[in-house]
Structures are given as structure tokens and as C-alpha cells.
Design a protein around this ligand. Structure first.
Ligand code: M6R
Length: 611
């Protein structure tokens, strides 16, 4: 989830591009770069670190070129270094390119291109694009045709912008699965970017590119065509957002934006990892240690907060589908415990930021004991990503709101994939893994259906804005979801919310139920459905209001709940990915109704880097 921008027109390109990059800073990033072209050649500068580092390096440069591209990077393939920063170049250095997305078949392409004599300098997947298009850019072949031919060989997702000395007045932009928007500035200049926030200081007249479309931008105007050279004509749209809300995708808060983008981020997590028809999972990050992973006979998951709740779902998943005993430990406790562990024990650290001090310390302890360490991390190049033996990235882009939402669902999806991966190394049948993977691939669409109810869920939460105490109940796969729902509510609304395993109610927590304490019950049609219905009846008998997350109206009628939110039905093991979404929306609506700063709740930090 990087940010890309390209400018062509009558103004100096460098300030427009730097300003656009600044507008995309909110996304978080780890390196940045620009290439400006003029009749003499390219001026290029790339730096790891904050945009300020690039700005510092640019001091004293006032390049006059009126065409150029820029990029802020959120590293996925290759650490955040100057060399891995974009733009990337062709061997001859006459084609520069910026890219947002992931090229899944980059290894194969890289091998083919290397055999043809291309030399690669970075560790990125993006660099293959520059060489691939260069390879097609034979004498007499127009830049757009070469781009089109190159892109047809690509498997994966891209939003890209490129410039070439061969046709020095052109920017070519293309997209498949990553957003691209073209802005038409009143003076005739054109800006293409991955994010409308990078454009609206200059114009509000835009055209959104669709998948498999390419735009050719010159100082004289633009043309859009498909990758099969069919012309596309699309009217300009008017963006009404101001700059602040553009960063938030037009939403009031980052948290809402991040909740609503989960169908897309889930797709990004799954991209290239399901080998459909074969019931297999591709985990690029585990390839180098596949044999060691095959021998794991016990898994300890260490994590904090939401990441731990994801780990608890992972425990059910991996025990059920891979038949490996799993324990989930609070990293802050594990680091100080004496834990007996044999040589085939692996430790999996789950962390969105990859910098959580307790999780990192738990990892150090595992390493000190000589155990295999794995990471499930969103921030590439973070401490946990670097220090584990191997791992998996979420690929959901920066999560800005303190309350974790899109990273959480992505963690759940990766844990399903891991369970299948480990299971297939052991005794999991082809049929069962196919069923799980098929169910997983349907989830983005099903999640979209939950999102259609967002307004209603937020309105429902507003009705409850005076409630000060909350209970959340769930069984089996829904127990960690209950914990997560309660954590979401408490961290952004400052109300007391507690999650319980529904079966524990009679052992104490039911004493908390009264007319002033609403209970949220997770009641999808799973293997413990009837038991959950009995729990609802116990709460109802004691006068508390009940909100159920259910799969059907029948549940609502049977259990006489006060309110129900219906989510699509899926396999039991996948249901947390759908049932948690209404809880995120509910917590959001509740905190907004109480007038609180949902993105930056009091006393909390996004990344807890101290003990
Ligand atoms: O970056 P991490 O995933 O390691 O962070 C762990 C917790 O601090 C984090 O999940 C926290 O609980 C969130 N604020 C939950 O919304």
C-alpha cells in the first residue's frame, strides 16, 4: 500500500510531486523517491526514512523538468533502503517506474529476464516491471504497447506510473487491483496518483482508472485505453472532499476508513497465497524453512492485545486442521516465565507493528532457547520481521487508528492459511483444505455485505450511548471475538467492557447482568449454537438488553434478543472474520456518539515500544 504520483504539464514537476507525497504521508511509509525528466536526462533521488530525509537531500536542487514521478514506500519485498526505494529503473536507465501493489510472479520473471541479460540492483518485486517493459521496448515499439505487452506477463496487483527518455513527454499509468486516479488541472496539467489526497490541492476534476486500464498523459491531454488497446471514454468526476477527509477516504475517521476497507485488505492478504484447485497454500516467507516447519510438534503463539485475540483464534484453527498442540501466551507474561520446550517447539510472534516491546522480548527469549521463531507482521522491516527466522506479512498497508481493525482480520486470514499450510504438511485432506480455502476466498464479498449495514450498526450503537458497562459473550471460535469486541469498545469509549467465554457465565460473570448492562452475544450457526442460545436465555431472564450477532432471523425470533445484526454464514472456523466486523462498527459508532477522539484514544499509543 504505497503512494504513487506522476505529473506532466507546464509547472515544475518536483514541487508538485513533493507536495503530493506529503499529502500521502498519513499512510505511513518507510522510504521515498522522485525522478524528474528533462531533455538532458533524469534527476533521481531516493531515500530510506521519513519524507523529511528526502526533502533534506533535495535542498539546493531546483530541477526545472515539467514531467516526473514520485513514490512513498511501505516495504513488502526488500527492506526499506535507498536502493529498494522507488523509482526503479531499466538496465539502460532510460525508463523509470513507481509501483503500488505486489507482483506475485516476480521471481519467475526475474529469472527469465536475468537469463536475457538484465541486471537487477534491488530486492524488490517492482524492479521486474522496469526490466520487463524495457525488454518489450524494441525499436519502433511505442511506450504504451511495450507497457501493455509487459503487463500481460504479470500476475499480481499494480498501480504504476512510468516515464521514459524514449518518449520524453509521456507518463504511462496502469492499474490492476491497486487504485489510480487521474486529476485534470485547470491549466491543462495532469496528475496521476494512487490517492485523491495527492491531487485535490490542484484540482477536484478527476477520472478513476479501472482494472486493466492504462492512461497515457502528455502536456496536450490524456487518453485512457484498456490493456487490449480498446479506447475508454469516461466523464470527469468532481471530488467534494476537503484535504483532511480525502486522507481518510472521505470518512470522518481513519478507524472507519480502515474498517470499511477490510474487504480490500483481506483480498490483499490472500493475494497469491491460495493455490486453488490443489487445496494448497503458498507461503513465500516460509519456503526457506519448510523442512523445519514440517517437524514442528508444538506451537507457542506470543502476542499482545488484539494480536493475542487473533492468536487465540489461531489456536483453535491450528489444533483443528493441523493437529499441532498450540498455546497462546500474553507476551508480557511469557517473557518472564520458565517454560519447558523441546527442540521441535516453534514460537510465533503476532504483531501488527512488529515493534511491540513485550512481543519482541518474548521472541528474544525464544531465540535464546534456540527455538524456531516465526513472525506474523504487518510492517515490513520492523524489528520482529527482522529478528524471526521466517514469517508472513499482512500486506494491509499502514493502520493509522490506534484501535486495530484491518490488521486483526488480516491476522485471522493468515492464521487460516497457516493452519492449512501446516495441515497439508501433515494429515489435512485435500477436500477439507479446498473447502476452507474456497470459504476464505468468498469472505471479501461476504464482508462487503456486512459493510452495507454499517450505517445501521453505527445508528444502533448511538442508541446505547448512555450504557457504561458491557458484557460480550462467545463460545469456541467466537470466544476470542468476544474478547476483541470488548477491547474495541473499551479502548475507544473508556467504558467498562468485558469479554467472557459464554460457558463461564454461571461461574461468576452472570452476577454482573442487570438492566443497565447490555450484553453482546456472538451467535452464528456453529457447532455450539444451541449452547449459545441457552446463554442468551440466561441473560434475558436477568433483565439485561441483548444484542446478537447472528446468521439468520430464526435465531432472532427464537432468542427474543433486543437487537440483532445478521452476518452471512460461512464455515465455523472462518466466522470470526465476519462476526468481528459489526463489533468494530458498533464500538466506533458508540465512541463517536460519546464525542470521543476515536483515532487517538486517551492513554494509548499505536505502537507500544516500551514495557
Ligand atoms: O503492534 P501490535 O500488534 O504488536 O500491538 C499489540 C497491541 O498493542 C494492539 O493490538 C492493541 O491492543 C490495539 N490497540 C488493539 O486495538
Amino acid at each position: 500500500m504505497c503512494g504513487i504520483i506522476g505529473y506532466v504539464g507546464t509547472q515544475r514537476a518536483l514541487p508538485v510531486i513533493m507536495e503530493g507525497l506529503k499529502r500521502m504521508e498519513y499512510r505511513g511509509y518507510d522510504s521515498a523517491g522522485v525522478s524528474i525528466m528533462d531533455p538532458v536526462g533524469f534527476f533521481t533521488l531516493k531515500r530510506a526514512g521519513k519524507l523529511a530525509v528526502l526533502e533534506g537531500a533535495l535542498e539546493g536542487h531546483s530541477h526545472a523538468g515539467t514531467i516526473g514521478i514520485g513514490h512513498i514506500r511501505w516495504a513488502t519485498h526488500g527492506a526499506p533502503t535507498d536502493i529498494n526505494a522507488h523509482p526503479h529503473y531499466s538496465c539502460r536507465g532510460d525508463l523509470h517506474l513507481v509501483h503500488n501493489g505486489i507482483i506475485e510472479n516476480y521471481r519467475e520473471l526475474r529469472d527469465e529476464l536475468t537469463a536475457l541479460g538484465h541486471t537487477f540492483v534491488s530486492e524488490t518485486d517492482t524492479e521486474v516491471l522496469a526490466h520487463l517493459i524495457e525488454q518489450e521496448l524494441q525499436p519502433g515499439v511505442p511506450l504504451e504497447t511495450a507497457t501493455e505487452r509487459g503487463l500481460k506477463k504479470v500476475v499480481g496487483a499494480y498501480g504504476l506510473a512510468l516515464i521514459s527518455a524514449r518518449e520524453p513527454e509521456k507518463i504511462i499509468a496502469a492499474r490492476l487491483g491497486s487504485p489510480l486516479v487521474l486529476g485534470v488541472v485547470p491549466d491543462g496539467s495532469l496528475i496521476v496518483a494512487s490517492d485523491v489526497a495527492a491531487i485535490i490541492a490542484h484540482t477536484r476534476d478527476v477520472v478513476y482508472l479501472q482494472d486493466r486500464e492504462m492512461a497515457v498523459l502528455t502536456p496536450k491531454g490524456y487518453a485512457i485505453r484498456t490493456l487490449d488497446a480498446q479506447e475508454v471514454s469516461r466523464p470527469l468526476e468532481r471530488v467534494e472532499w476537503d484535504i483532511g477527509s480525502a486522507e481518510k477516504g472521505g470518512h470522518a475517521h481513519f478507524m472507519l476508513k480502515e474498517i470499511l476497507e477490510q474487504p480490500d485488505t483481506l483480498n490483499a492478504t490472500l493475494l497469491g497465497r491460495i493455490i486453488s484447485g490443489e487445496g494448497l497454500v503458498k507461503m513465500g516467507g516460509l519456503e526457506t524453512i519448510a523442512d523445519r516447519v514440517r517437524n514442528i510438534d508444538r506451537l507457542i503463539i506470543v502476542a499482545c492485545g488484539s494480536a493475542r485475540h487473533a492468536g487465540m483464534v489461531g489456536e483453535y484453527l491450528i489444533e483443528e486442521y493441523a493437529d499441532i498442540p498450540v498455546e497462546v501466551e500474553l507476551a508480557s507474561e511469557f517473557r518472564y516465565r520458565r517454560f519447558p520446550a523441546g527442540g521441535k517447539t516453534a514460537v510465533l510472534a503476532i504483531s501488527q507493528s512488529g515493534e511491540t516491546a513485550d512481543t519482541l522480548a518474548a521472541l528474544h527469549e525464544a531465540k535464546r532457547r534456540g527455538l524456531l521463531t516465526l513472525g506474523l507482521v504487518n510492517v515490513a522491516g520492523s524489528s520482529i520481521a527482522r529478528e524471526t527466522d521466517a514469517g508472513m506479512y499482512n500486506h494491509v498497508g499502514p493502520e493509522i487508528a490506534v484501535a486495530s481493525t484491518k490488521a486483526f482480520t488480516s491476522q485471522l486470514a493468515l492464521l487460516v492459511l497457516l493452519a492449512v499450510y501446516l495441515g497439508r504438511q501433515r494429515r489435512l485432506s485435500h477436500a477439507l483444505s479446498e473447502e476452507l480455502l474456497h470459504g476464505l476466498s468468498q469472505l471479501p464479498l461476504q464482508m462487503g455485505k456486512v459493510m452495507q449495514q454499517a450505517e445501521g450498526i453505527i445508528a444502533l450503537a448511538q442508541k446505547y450511548r448512555h450504557a457504561e458497562r458491557w458484557l460480550y459473550l462467545g463460545r469456541k471460535y467466537q470466544y476470542p471475538v468476544a474478547l476483541e469486541g470488548a477491547l474495541k469498545l473499551k479502548e475507544i469509549s473508556y467504558c467498562h467492557a468485558e469479554g467472557f467465554a459464554a460457558g463461564e457465565m454461571k461461574h461468576g460473570p452472570i452476577a454482573l447482568v442487570d438492566a443497565a448492562t447490555p450484553t453482546v452475544v456472538l451467535a452464528p450457526r456453529d457447532s455450539v449454537y444451541e449452547k449459545t442460545i441457552s446463554n442468551i436465555e440466561e441473560v434475558r431472564a436477568r433483565g439485561g438488553a441483548i444484542i446478537a450477532i447472528a446468521n439468520d432471523e430464526e435465531t432472532v425470533q427464537r432468542s427474543l434478543v433486543d437487537h440483532a445484526i445478521i452476518v452471512p454464514r460461512t464455515l465455523e472456523a472462518l466466522s470470526p472474520l465476519l462476526t468481528v466486523v459489526p463489533l468494530q462498527l458498533f464500538a466506533y459508532g458508540f465512541a463517536v456518539a460519546r464525542g470521543l477522539d476515536v483515532d487517538k484514544p486517551r492513554n494509548l499509543a499505536k505502537s507500544v515500544t516500551v514495557e
